[in-house]
Design a protein around this ligand. Structure first.
Ligand code: DC
Length: 222
């Protein structure tokens, strides 16, 4: 199997770029953030105190996660229910960042991620894929963009979806999440030593996708 590990902060375009590249390469795209989001959603929906690691750990055995792939993208099921549409709210984003810092949550999801990579050629997107989950991935990418560019892209996305968007607030959330994700003790977000840095700040979506595809093709050549 050929595995591509793609790590980097929220909003750098990782998921849309990786999804488009996977489609063209015939790889399976795996969004690992959605796994963490599904765990956090369970905690929110069941009134688990997310700031209490013992309470989160105690609830984990009840969290049943399934994943399916459809033409519309990756679908997430929580205890048998399709929750894909509930995972992208700001409340879930913030709760996910808290839960993702707990070693028990990371251990719970580690084997799920590794087994996906054993079954297919994957482009797996997350924060610690190249460093922890798939340290032997044939290609590792650290995909990023400046916080300001990421906030601007998010504002545009929200406005296009007819939702309210406050640039300063979004920028602050992005900075808080970056800090939390890169300063946690377990599996902090960082660039693996052997990862290729892909900064998308000055690129269009198509340019970034092309760059990623080229990197995969170069690495796959015998
Ligand atoms: O990629 P995303 O925005 O959907 O990620 C949601 C949260 O989950 C984010 O706070 C980082 C965390 N995460 C993680 O810690 N490890 C991963 N492999 C993927 C996501």
């Amino acid at each position: 199997m050929f595995s591509v590990a793609i790590d980097g902060p929220a909003g750098a375009g990782k998921s849309s770029i990786a999804k488009a590249a996977a489609q063209r390469l015939g790889f399976v795209y795996v969004d690992t953030g959605a796994l963490y989001r599904t765990v956090a959603l369970y905690m929110l929906e069941h009134g688990v105190e997310i700031h209490d690691p013992a309470a989160v750990e105690a609830a984990l055995p009840q969290v049943e996660i399934d994943m399916a792939h459809s033409p519309a993208g990756q679908l997430m099921y929580l205890c048998g229910q399709d929750v894909t549409g509930k995972l992208r709210t700001e409340a879930v984003s913030l709760a996910t960042s808290v839960c993702a810092a707990y070693p028990e949550v990371r251990a719970f999801l580690l084997e799920v991620q590794r087994s996906l990579a054993r079954r297919a050629n994957v482009l797996m997107d997350g924060r610690d894929i190249g460093t922890v989950v798939l340290p032997d991935a044939q290609l590792k990418i650290f995909l990023t963009a400046s916080p300001e560019i990421r906030a601007r892209r998010r504002v545009k996305q929200l406005l296009e979806a007819g939702q309210a968007a406050d640039y300063e607030e979004i920028l602050q959330d992005i900075r808080a999440r970056d800090y939390q994700d890169s300063h946690r003790e377990i599996a902090p977000m960082r660039q693996a030593e052997d990862a290729v840095l892909l900064d998308t700040s000055d690129d269009t979506f198509e340019e970034s996708t092309e760059r990623l595809i080229r990197l995969v093709e170069e690495r796959r050549r015998p």
